[in-house]
Structures are given as C-alpha cells and as structure tokens.
Design a protein around this ligand. Structure first.
Ligand SMILES: Cc1ncc(COP(=O)(O)O)c(C=O)c1O
Length: 432
C-alpha cells in the first residue's frame, strides 16, 4: 500500500470509494490525458466523473480564471451585482428552451436538486414527489430521498414522500422482450396506477435523470418522458430533469438529455461539467417557479466569480467548437465498435449509450448474473493499458465511460482498442 493510500485510509471515510487495487494520484493533465504520480499516462475516459468536460489545461478556461484572479476578487456574495452570473444565466436560460427561464447557481448537483425540490414542493404545496427506480440525485437528505439505489442510501429518513416509477428497468422479467412502445405503455399504465392508488392529494413533481449516471447509464427509451409528461401535465405535476450528467451536448443527439424525449421540462438541474472542474451547479426553471418562494435565499459560494469565469469560458468553448456534434461523431464510433465486439464476448451482457456516454454491462457468462468481479478485473486491465474508466450500476458491474467532449477521432479509436482488448483478455480468463 502506498504511503498516501495508507494516510487516506487513516483520515478519510471508509465509504469514500477508491478505484483500483492500488489507487492512483493524478498529478498532471493536458488535452484528454492525465499523468499519475508514477509518471504513467492515461487516456481519460471518465473525466473526473464527467466533470472535466473539455479536457485538461484548456487555455481559454485557464486564462478566464487568471483574469478574474488578477482583479483581486474571488468572492463578493450575491448582495452585489455579479456580471459573470448574469451572463451565464442568460446563456443557460436561452439554451434551456424553458419559457421565461431564470437561473440560480449552487456549488454542486446535490444542492441544485435540493433547490429544484424546494421550488416544486413550494409551488405545489405538496411534499409528494415521484422519482425513478435506480436513480441517483445526491447525498443530502432530500437528494437521498429521491435516490433509488441501495448502495447509496444509508437510511430512509426523508423530508419528502416519494414514490418510485419504472422506466429504466426493462431488464426486469415483466418487461423483458417488450418493444419500446409496449414498454412505454406499461410504464405509463403504472404511473397512472401510482397516481390513482398511492398518493394523497396533489403531487409536486417528478424528478428524473434522462440517462441514469450512477445507475450505470440505464435509460428509458426515447419518448417515455413525453408520455409521462402528458399524464403529469393533466394533474399539474411538475417535471424536473436532472441534467447533472447529461447536459451540454454530451449525448450527441441533444444539448440537454431530456430533449431526446422531445420534452421541455419545468426545471433542469446541472453541475459537473459546466465549470470544467471548477465547482458550479444550478437550476434553470420557469420564471414563475423560480420567483415563487416568499422567503429570502442565497448560496454564499454559489456562482462565485471564479467558477463563473470558468463556466462561461467552458460553455462558450462547447458552443464555439460544436462539441455536441463531436460527441455524436466520436461516441458513435465507440458505441458501434463495442456493439460489433459484444457478440463474441460472453461476459458482455449489454452495450448501451448515447454520444460520449456509453456503458458495458458485465455478467457471469455461465449464469448471466451481474458480475462486479469481472468489472473489477476490467478496471485493472484498462489501468495497465493506460485508460481510465468508471464503474456503476445497481450491482457495480457496469463499466461506464464518458470522455471529455473534446475527444478526437484518433483518441476514440485508441480508447475503443484498449477497451476491446481488455474485454478480450478478461473474457478469455473467465471462459477458459
Ligand atoms: C445525476 C446526478 N445528480 C446529482 C448528483 C450530485 O452531484 P454532486 O456530487 O455535485 O452533489 C450526481 C453526482 O454524481 C449525479 O450524477
């Protein structure tokens, strides 16, 4: 065990998961690659959990932050006008497609979801919320209460009354083999039944990830949320799309993940990639919902001048370079390659993804059961070969990968090669 690993174990919580048998310390980065403390270089297919959205050491972001630092002001609080907040809010409001949209900035995705839940429960005068099975929305009480993954729920204490819906679980026996249309119909039926049987009075909102991040990139078929929204709209139930992982063009086919369903939600929450590593999150919501609460509110550090400089520069970069189109192009190359390899690899249970957000589900070839052990072997193999990947899913058996949106075609081909080689190596071990 390295000295730093031992010191980490001594003073950091046990539940702070570390990747790899010998965890690495990343000490440098440029473009889409990082270097660890031993000098080993990696192509980064996890990007600090989808957060280093346009790679490392990006001059446009660095210079924007340095310009702000040079003013001597890193914080003023929101009782003074903040130009960076107003500029960024204008851009996000426009991109959201939400009517009369307004934006509130936070420091994290958790806080963003807390804010959205507050706005929804306030507007609807209800503590009842709908969420999706296998979801992850953060680590505070409100966010945990709408999270539906036992590995991330330490207790059932909840400020909300929550009912969980189907929609990203078509692997379940009762849904297996259904067409998209039949699965959507079954889920909508269930939603109607929940509303008829399980709630008392008005429901505040449905909160959902268009593609479940921690849930291993499980996703509803396109169109499910449009079908849900029709039912919700009839009862005035609000719709919150958690775009913490799916925003800013990552899915290639849409700028926000929920737009793949042809839906404009009442609110969207965001964080992770927007600041390219600088802490920024927030909510964009219909103006009437955002303006609703009667009491005062603020986030001391939320939207501070440094994170706003980074976020404005990052978002401008994404738009100026049309990185959504790049995500579509390079993502298709990788997902197609993985789909081609899958039939000859019995350890691969499923390949799924959209744009630069793709996953490989690993199973025991003898039983078809989820295999976290095989996933752990894959992680060690890709580490050895110089590629960083992530893990997720209800059973920790899903390899999830989401490189920076700046990934080049050559890097996509290189990464695909490493992934397929690692799968072949582990497959041979398991099936020999
Ligand atoms: C979909 C989703 N929502 C919310 C969060 C919480 O964000 P944060 O860790 O910034 O609080 C995460 C974090 O992984 C997430 O994936």
């Amino acid at each position: 065990m390295s000295d730093l690993f031992a010191r980490h174990r001594a003073v950091m919580p046990n539940w702070l998961a570390l990747y790899y048998n010998e965890p690495i310390e990343i000490v440098g980065g440029k473009g889409n690659r990082v270097v660890d403390a031993s000098g080993k270089s990696y192509l980064d297919f996890f990007a600090g959990i989808l957060t280093n959205m346009i790679g490392y050491d990006v001059p446009e972001v660095r210079e924007a932050v340095e310009r702000q630092l040079a003013t001597g002001v890193v914080h003023t609080s929101t009782v003074y006008l903040l130009r960076g907040q107003v500029e960024l809010a204008e851009k996000i409001a426009r991109l959201s497609g939400i009517e009369n949209a307004k934006v509130f900035f936070t420091n994290s995705g958790t806080e963003a979801n807390e804010t959205a839940l507050l706005l929804a429960t306030y507007a609807r005068r209800s503590d009842q919320v709908l969420a999706m099975r296998q979801s992850y929305h953060g680590r505070s009480f409100g966010a945990i209460s709408v999270t539906s993954n036992r590995s991330w729920k330490n207790n059932s204490l909840s400020p909300l009354n929550v009912h969980f819906l189907h929609g990203a679980d078509r692997h379940l026996t009762q849904f297996r083999g259904l067409s998209d249309a039949d699965y959507i119909a079954a889920c909508v039926d269930d939603l109607r039944h929940v509303l008829a049987t399980s709630v008392g009075g008005d429901v505040a909102a449905l909160i959902a990830e268009p593609i479940q991040g921690v849930g291993g990139f499980s996703m509803a078929p396109d169109g499910l949320f449009a079908a849900y929204k029709e039912v919700l709209d009839a009862e005035g139930v609000l719709f919150i799309s958690d775009e913490v992982q799916t925003g800013w063009g990552r899915t290639g086919s849409a700028f926000f993940g929920i737009q793949n369903h042809g839906v404009t939600p009442d609110m969207m929450t965001f964080a992770k990639g927007l600041g390219n590593g600088f802490a920024v999150g927030g909510v964009v919501a219909r103006g009437d919902l955002m303006d609703g609460p009667h009491a005062a509110g603020l986030a001391t550090f939320g939207g501070n001048p440094i994170s706003m400089a980074a976020a404005n520069a990052t978002l401008d970069y994404v738009l100026d370079h049309d990185l959504q189109a790049n995500a579509a192009r390079t993502g298709a190359l990788i997902i197609d390659g993985l789909r081609q390899a899958a039939p000859r690899l019995p350890i691969v249970g499923d390949v799924r993804g959209k744009g630069l957000m793709f996953a490989v589900e690993l199973v025991d070839p003898a039983t078809g059961a989820p295999s976290p052990a095989i996933a752990a072997r894959f992680m060690e193999e890709t580490k050895k070969a110089g590629l960083l990947a992530g893990k997720g899913g209800l059973y920790g058996n899903v390899l999830r990968m989401a490189p920076p949106l700046t990934l080049t075609q050559d890097e996509a081909a290189e990464g695909l090669g490493i992934i397929v080689n690692a799968l072949e190596t582990v497959n041979a071990e398991v099936t020999s």
